[in-house]
Design a protein around this ligand. Structure first.
Ligand SMILES: NC(=O)c1ccc[n+]([C@@H]2O[C@H](COP(=O)([O-])OP(=O)(O)OC[C@H]3O[C@@H](n4cnc5c(N)ncnc54)[C@H](OP(=O)(O)O)[C@@H]3O)[C@@H](O)[C@H]2O)c1
Length: 280
């Protein structure tokens, strides 16, 4: 099952992802929380996210009685390579200063004085970790040690990069956020490392990266048995194998359906069928 706590920090069972929502961000985040989502994922990266609009939703929710501590807020540091010209830091500053500036700007956008989770959006290269990655990670560790974020993590990491980070970091990551492909055993190698080191694995694009399997008769058979759609089966599978899934749905009905997957339980045989659906 999805972890419910990490070192006594309460974790949601689902994260609402705010990428690509543009001006609809505020309304959708409000709707997601009203629908029951307790975790929000964003990034200080205007190219794909609008953190300030997430913050506007949080203010509106506060007025309705939703307290800061009722929500799990996660955002990311994105280095220059992943940004457009609208940078949340001084591009001529050193990487550690950029992290601190980006973090402070995130706190302002989100109207808070702490984060639940702060994530390195991605290493510089596909393999290994660069000197800049280590400087960035060092600054993220300092934010954690200063108590400004309860958890820290990394996104878009390979198994090799994650193993390296876990072995060499002063403070190892607590969260990993990766695109989860069924053809890679649902990111099996990375999930294995997460299990070994007791890290939380957050899976994104669980639906969009795996459309080719949605016609599979196994999935439809399971969906029929539990009385749901295939999307819910995938999300429930993710939770039951220990992932914290993300959904970026913009549809109020899908928000309810995605959350409602917790109403049913897949059998060990069904979990095994889905685990191997892309690698058979
Ligand atoms: N770290 C990274 O680099 C990174 C990269 C990508 C994404 N992310 C995070 O992950 C979040 C989610 O991204 P994602 O790629 O998983 O999601 P997504 O691209 O937003 O995809 C969700 C898709 O699934 C559909 N969907 C959701 N629930 C459904 C249901 N019950 N039935 C049918 N269709 C359903 C949605 O359509 P409807 O809108 O019609 O429901 C949408 O097309 C992002 O918002 C972001 O926070 C992180």
């Amino acid at each position: 099952m999805s972890p419910t706590t990490y070192n006594e920090i309460p974790l949601p069972s689902f994260l609402y992802g705010t990428a690509w929502k543009k001006e609809a961000t505020t309304g959708l985040v409000e709707l997601a929380v009203d629908s029951g989502f307790k975790g929000i994922d964003t990034a200080n990266q205007l190219k794909h996210y609008d953190e300030a609009r997430v913050g506007e939703a949080l203010l509106a929710l506060q007025k309705k009685g939703v307290r800061r501590e009722d929500l799990f807020l996660q955002t990311k540091f994105t280095s220059i390579g992943g940004q457009d010209q609208r940078l949340p830091y001084d591009p001529s500053a050193d990487p550690a200063t950029q992290v601190r500036q980006s973090f402070e700007s995130s706190l302002k956008h989100l109207h808070t004085d702490y984060l639940d989770s702060y994530v390195l959006h991605g290493p510089t290269f596909r393999r290994g970790l660069s000197a800049e990655d280590w400087d960035v990670w060092g600054a993220i560790e300092e934010l954690y040690q200063a108590g400004k974020t309860k958890m820290i993590g990394a996104s878009n990491v390979s198994a090799e990069q994650l193993a390296l980070l876990c072995s060499k970091a002063k403070v190892k990551p607590m969260v990993v956020q990766n695109r989860c492909f069924a053809v890679m055993g649902w990111d099996y190698e990375v999930r294995k490392i997460c299990a070994q080191h007791d890290l939380v694995y957050e899976g994104f694009s669980l639906l969009t990266a795996n459309q080719e399997f949605f016609g599979a008769h196994e999935l439809h058979g399971i969906a029929k048995r539990v009385g749901s759609g295939v999307a819910q089966v995938i999300f429930r599978f993710a939770q039951q194998v220990g992932m914290l899934p993300l959904t970026g749905t913009t549809d109020p009905q899908h928000m309810k359906e995605d959350l409602a997957c917790e109403r049913f339980t897949l059998t060990p045989e069904e979990l095994q069928q889905i685990e191997t659906i892309g690698v058979g």
